[in-house]
Design a binder for this molecule. Structure first.
Ligand SMILES: [Zn+2]
Length: 394
């Protein structure tokens, strides 16, 4: 199994310049290829990865884009591959139409495959660089690890990170357990489990958000083009953002590890792009980024440990359906937290009941084997999807 290890590093001035230039070229190539594919899409034609790769060769020969030759060609090729993935997700209806990368808002990153870096004696040196990166090895790479991909990035707070993908021999399936859990994305709570457990947002999130709002107000008050001070305020906002994201990621890591350890099967709702747009209250309860991060972590950890993640369609009446007897209520107002079923008289906590229904639907899908496919890598239908099948008792 492959696993990514992320570390902070401190570039020399020359490395920072080289990387910033590379990020710029990566963004440029991505946008040029997206423009070409969009134009073709208007003519109802599809452009393949291979065709965009040929375009890159042509662009590099023009005077206008000759500067693309100054950086390593590998991250540029990888940008085209990422665009290809974005298009397969779009064609597979798992994502919206790919968007242009903006200088200000997009993630600044570059991906290097094995031909574009050297890893020797614990030193990582990227193409076009003389010196290895000054990495803070906060935890060791697995013994004898040989990295296959290295991704360098800089976050909006200005911090540099390198993510190193290696084969990790310590990852092995956990002993099979016979528990399954359904997860509902709630309004009051971050998540509600069918076990009755409610998971809240990280403890500091509320205070951090207040701090963020304050920093944003200060930034907004300042007139545009005020120079150094405004840049300082913008950096301050980015720092608060980064702290919120770090804490949330930490929280999600602990949560997903626990869920995967404790349960053989985990059923979640498939909050695809279209569904999110239609349900604003959901979008508010758990931000788009947090949800996809949560789901991504669940899926790769399930793959590591031999567990199963099933995503079920959001369009079934999970909150109106009695999980005990199957009676469907005609109406369910948002403020109703606890309700009693007219059919069987059972009293339900709204979110726990919904989590039970999510679980029940997921297990039906699991038994029927309907729509079995990994979530992100292949196109397919929308009703249900399933992560790699676990080892199962016969
Ligand atoms: Zn009932």
């Amino acid at each position: 199994m492959k696993r990514a290890f992320k570390y902070r590093f401190y570039p020399t001035d020359a490395q920072a310049v080289e990387l910033s230039r590379t990020f710029g070229c990566v963004r440029k190539v991505y946008n040029l290829a997206l423009a070409a594919r969009t134009e073709a899409w208007g003519r109802q034609e599809r452009v393949s990865y291979g065709q965009t790769s040929a375009m890159l060769t042509v662009w590099k020969k023009t005077e206008e884009f000759a500067y693309l030759n100054d950086v390593s060609s590998v991250p540029l090729q990888q940008a085209l591959r990422h665009l290809q993935v974005a298009f397969s997700n779009f064609f597979g209806k798992r994502a919206g139409y790919p968007r242009f990368k903006s200088r200000k808002r997009s993630r600044r990153s570059a991906e290097y495959t094995a031909s574009a870096f050297r890893f020797r004696d614990g030193c990582l040196t990227l193409a076009k660089m003389d010196q290895p990166l000054d990495i803070v090895w906060s935890r060791p790479l697995p013994e004898g690890a040989s990295p296959s991909t290295v991704t360098v990035s800089q976050d909006p707070a200005g911090r540099w990170h390198v993510s190193i993908l290696v084969q990790d021999p310590t990852l092995a399936p956990l002993p099979t357990v016979d528990t399954a859990v359904g997860i509902d994305v709630g309004l009051d709570h971050l998540l509600t489990l069918s076990t009755g457990e409610k998971i809240t947002n990280p403890r500091h999130e509320r205070r951090d958000r207040a701090r963020l709002a304050k920093a944003q107000r200060r930034l907004a008050r300042k007139a545009k083009g005020e120079g150094a001070n405004r840049a300082k305020d913008r950096r301050k906002v980015a720092k608060v953002h980064a702290r919120i994201a770090d804490r949330r990621r930490d929280h999600l890591h602990k949560l997903t590890t626990r869920l995967v350890r404790e349960h053989q099967t985990i059923v979640i709702e498939d909050l695809s792009v279209r569904n999110m747009v239609r349900n604003h209250s959901l979008a508010r309860a758990i931000s788009d980024a947090a949800w996809s991060e949560f789901r991504g972590m669940l899926e790769y950890k399930a793959a590591w440990y031999g567990r199963e993640v099933i995503a079920v369609d959001r369009f079934f009446p999970s909150s109106k359906l009695c999980s005990t007897c199957g009676t469907v209520r005609s109406e369910m107002l948002l403020h109703v937290r606890v309700w009693t079923c007219d059919g069987c008289g059972a009293t339900h906590d709204r979110d726990v009941n919904a989590a039970h229904n999510v679980l029940a639907v997921g297990l039906t899908v699991s038994v029927c084997g309907a729509g079995v496919r990994p979530q992100r890598s292949t196109p397919g239908g929308q009703s249900a999807s399933k992560q790699k099948p676990p080892r199962r008792e016969p």
